[in-house]
Design a protein around this ligand. Structure first.
Ligand code: SF4
Ligand code: FES
Length: 248
């Protein structure tokens, strides 16, 4: 396949950025999107040019690092996959592909396609700890009865990989889907109920202080989330927050 790539280049957070066009050929439909980017970077290095900086780690859809906005969609045109799991067979010979960083005030650009998503880390840190007894006489987890539906929903929420696609997709750059997944993964389980009040209040406070926008229920985050995190988590977080505010 021969393709034309239009890629956002920006030397650092303060420098002005611009789209730069790169023709690329010999792209196999079986390559992943990141392998295609590797080929481009090898060519740029051979020409003595600066390779395109982009984040990646596991390349297996687990770490959430590969944040790219491809043809106007977070993680590109496929559904329920991260950029590292996106394959070039989703594109056609001759296509032009635009590649931009995830854009949000709370995710400043570090270089090219790499953004600083440490705001997510701080939101999670604000959630604090879970006071599970690990003293040596810990209760067997299987001895704690948990409704199957609650266990399934907690597990579904816990599959959020913190990639930030929900923020990048939302017209308000809201982080509600991410934060609600992190609240829900504990809120549904007995082990998470001990600190539940402080957790939701502190995480929402940190989310607001990081400069994320408000949720206006457009639902774009759910559509673009590579892990299928449901909007029902946002409704649950709102209920948790209301109950915690009344207590507090
Ligand atoms: S909710 Fe989905 S899109 Fe948002 S950070 Fe988690 S996995 Fe990524
Ligand atoms: S590189 Fe880890 S999810 Fe894509």
């Amino acid at each position: 396949m021969k393709l034309t790539l239009k890629i956002w280049r920006q030397a650092n957070a303060k420098a002005p950025g611009k789209m730069v066009t790169y023709p690329i050929d010999a792209v196999s439909p079986d390559m992943s999107f990141l392998e295609m980017m590797d080929v481009l970077n090898e060519q740029l290095i051979q020409k003595g040019e600066d390779p395109v900086a982009f984040d990646h780690d596991c390349r297996e859809g687990i770490c959430g690092m590969c944040s790219m906005f491809i043809n106007g969609e977070a993680h590109g045109p496929d559904r329920l996959v991260t950029t590292c799991q996106l394959h070039m067979r989703k594109f056609k010979d001759g296509d032009t592909i635009t590649i931009e960083p995830f854009r949000a005030n709370a995710f400043p650009v570090i270089k090219d396609l790499v953004v600083d998503r440490s705001a997510f880390d701080r939101v999670q840190q604000a959630g604090g700890f879970v006071s599970v007894n690990t003293s040596g006489n810990t209760q067997d987890a299987n001895a704690i009865p948990i409704d199957k539906h609650d266990a399934d929903r907690a597990f579904d929420a816990a599959t959020c990989i913190g990639c930030g696609a929900c923020v990048a997709t939302c017209k308000n750059a809201s982080a509600m889907l991410f934060v609600s997944a992190k609240v829900s993964q504990y809120a549904l389980l007995p082990q998470g109920k001990v600190e539940a009040t402080d957790r939701v209040l502190n995480m929402v406070k940190q989310m607001d202080s990081e400069g994320f926008g408000n949720c206006t229920n457009t639902g774009a985050c759910e559509v673009e989330c590579p892990k299928g995190i449901s909007l029902e988590n946002i409704a649950r977080m709102n209920r948790e927050y209301l109950a915690a505010s009344l207590k507090g």
